[in-house]
Write a protein that binds this ligand. Structure first.
Ligand code: UGA
Length: 437
C-alpha cells in the first residue's frame, strides 16, 4: 500500500520505517528540515535501537522517502497522523497545534476512499473534530483512531509486534471499509494472531490515556509504598516482589525509585485531568493529581538523601550523577527525573557532574549549567557521593571495588533500586536507596 506518515518524531519515524519493513511504500512528512534531511539519508535523529538499520534498508530500497512537501503524500491511500501533542506552556492541557497544522496540509490531498489514521495521543474529542474537518472537504474519506502503545527503547519491536491493535471507528458502514483498509496495512501482525479491538472513536482515544494513566498510577503506588517503607524500615523491593507474585497485580511497573519521566506519562496524566475538567468529570481523575505529586516528591526526596549522605549539606560537595536519559536505552531527556535531580542539587550549591551513554548531547544543550563527562570514571572522579538515576545496564554492572578507587567518599544512592546493596556495602560503600533500609 502507499502510505503517508505526518510527523516524523519518535512515533512517526519509527512507524514510517516499520511500515516499509512490512512491505508498504511510505512517505514521511515533517516540517523540520534538518530532521527530514537526516531521515532521508537513513540516519536516525535520535537513539532508538534497531531504527537506523530499518531506515537504511527502507531508504535503500526506494520505498521509504522523507520530505517537507506534503504534496508527496497525494497518492497515498492511508495517512497516519503521528505528530506530537506536548503539554501547553503553563497549563496542564495538551497543545494540539501540530495536529491541526498537519490536518491543514492533509485535507487538500484527500481522495474518495482515503483513510486518515490518528496515532498521536490526544484529548478525547479530537478525533471527532478531525472527522468533521475531513468530512467537510472529502465526505468519502474516513477517520480511524488507532492509538500507538510503543515504548521508547523498544519502539521497533513494539511497532512490528504490538500486543494489541485498537481501531476507533466512525459511522458503521464507512467505518467497516476503513477498518478493512487498516487490516491490509497490519496484515502480517493480524495473521500472527495479534488481538484487535474495534470500538468507537471516543473509546479508542481514551484507551491510550487510560493505559498511560494506569502505568503512572502503578509506579506512583509503589513509590508511595516506598515512603511507607522509609518510615518503617521495610524494603520496597521485597514488597514489590511479594505483591507482584499475585498475577492480578503483576510485578511489571512496580520498580520504586526516582519515578517516571519522559515525553508521555507525565504530560498525558496532566492532559487527561485537564480534559476531564472540561468534560465536568474532574473528580473522576483527581487521584491522578496525587499520582503526579507522589512522583515529583521522589525527586525532592532524592536530593534530601544526597544531603543526608553528605553529612547534612551538599554545598560545595562534588556529586556524580549516573544517567541523564529519562530511562535506559534512550537519549530522550524530556522531563527526565535524573536531570531534574541533578539541576536541583546544582541550584542548591553542589558541584554536579552528569554522565550518560547516549544522552549527553541532548542534556548539555538543555542544561548548559551542569557539567558533563563522557565516562563514568571522569564523572565520579573525587566525588563525595554518586547517584544512580538511570539504570543503564553498564551502570548496574559497575564494579564497586574499582569505582571506589576513583571517588573521595564511597557513598552511593541507588535511585532506581537496581544495585545489590550487599555487594556494594561489602566493597566499602555507604549504600542508600529510596524505600530500602
Ligand atoms: C510509555 C508507555 O509505557 C507506552 O506504552 C506508551 O506508548 C508511551 O508511553 C507513549 O505514550 O508513547 P515510555 O514513555 O517510552 O512509554 O516509557 P516507559 O517505559 O513507560 O517508562 C516511563 C517512565 O517510568 C520512565 O522514566 C521509567 O524509568 C519509569 N518507570 C517505569 C519506573 O519508575 N518504574 C517502573 O517500574 C517502570
Amino acid at each position: 500500500m502507499r502510505i503517508s506518515v505526518f510527523g516524523c518524531g519518535y512515533l512517526g519515524a519509527v512507524h514510517a520505517a516499520c511500515m516499509t519493513k512490512l512491505g508498504h511504500d511510505v512517505v514521511g512528512v515533517d516540517v523540520v528540515e534538518d530532521h527530514v534531511a537526516a531521515l532521508a539519508r537513513g540516519e536516525a535523529p535520535f537513539f532508538e535501537p534497531g531504527l537506523e538499520d530499518l531506515l537504511v534498508e527502507g531508504v535503500g530500497t526506494g520505498r521509504l522517502e522523507f520530505t517537507t512537501d506534503p504534496q508527496r503524500a497525494a497518492d497515498a491511500t492511508v495517512h497516519f497522523v503521528c505528530v506530537g501533542t506536548p503539554q501547553k506552556r503553563g497549563e496542564k492541557a495538551a497543545d494540539l497545534r501540530y495536529i491541526w497544522s498537519a490536518t491543514e496540509n492533509l485535507l487538500p490531498l484527500l481522495k474518495p476512499g482515503d483513510v486518515v489514521v490518528g496515532k498521536s495521543t490526544v484529548p478525547v474529542g479530537t478525533a471527532e473534530e478531525l472527522a468533521e474537518r475531513v468530512a467537510a472537504v472529502q465526505p468519502e474519506a474516513e477517520v480511524v483512531w488507532n492509538p500507538e502503545f510503543l515504548r521508547e527503547g523498544f519502539a521497533v519491536q513494539d511497532t512490528l509486534h504490538p500486543d494489541r491493535f485498537v481501531y476507533g471507528l466512525g459511522d458503521a458502514e464507512s467505518g467497516r471499509r476503513a477498518a478493512a483498509t487498516l487490516d491490509e496495512v497490519y496484515a502480517e501482525a493480524l495473521a500472527a494472531g495479534t488481538p484487535k479491538i474495534e470500538t468507537d472513536l471516543a473509546t479508542a482515544q481514551l484507551v491510550k490515556v487510560a493505559a498511560n494513566s494506569f502505568l503512572a498510577t502503578k509506579i506512583s503506588f509503589i513509590n508511595a509504598m516506598a515512603e511507607l517503607c522509609e518510615a518503617t524500615g521495610a524494603d520496597v523491593t521485597a514488597l514489590a516482589d511479594a505483591i507482584g507474585h499475585d498475577s492480578r497485580i503483576g510485578r511489571k511497573f512496580l520498580n520504586a525509585g526516582v519515578g517516571f519521566g519522559g515525553g508521555c506519562l507525565p504530560k498525558d496524566i496532566r492532559a487527561f485531568m485537564a480534559r476531564a475538567g472540561e468534560l465536568g468529570v474532574d473528580q473522576a481523575l483527581s487521584f491522578l493529581r496525587e499520582v503526579d505529586s507522589i512522583n515529583l516528591r521522589r525527586r525532592v526526596r532524592m536530593v534530601d538523601l544526597a544531603r543526608e549522605v553528605c553529612g547534612g549539606s551538599i554545598v560545595g560537595r562534588r556529586i556524580a550523577v549516573l544517567g541523564a536519559a529519562f530511562k535506559p536505552n534512550s537519549d530522550d531527556i524530556r522531563d527526565s527525573p535524573a536531570l531534574n535531580v541533578a539541576a536541583q542539587m546544582q541550584l542548591q550549591g553542589a558541584q554536579v557532574t552528569v554522565t550518560d551513554p547516549k544522552a549527553i548531547d541532548n542534556a548539555s544543550k538543555a542544561w548548559p549549567d551542569l557539567a558533563f563527562e563522557a565516562t563514568v570514571e571522569d564523572a565520579v572522579r573525587d566525588a563525595d557521593a554518586v547517584l544512580l538515576l538511570t539504570e543503564w545496564p553498564e551502570y548496574v554492572a559497575l564494579d564497586p571495588v574499582d569505582l571506589a578507587t576513583h571517588v573521595t567518599g564511597p557513598r552511593i544512592i541507588d535511585g532506581r533500586n537496581a544495585l545489590d546493596p550487599v555487594v556494594w556495602r561489602s566493597a566499602g560503600w555507604t549504600y542508600r536507596a529510596l524505600g530500602r533500609p
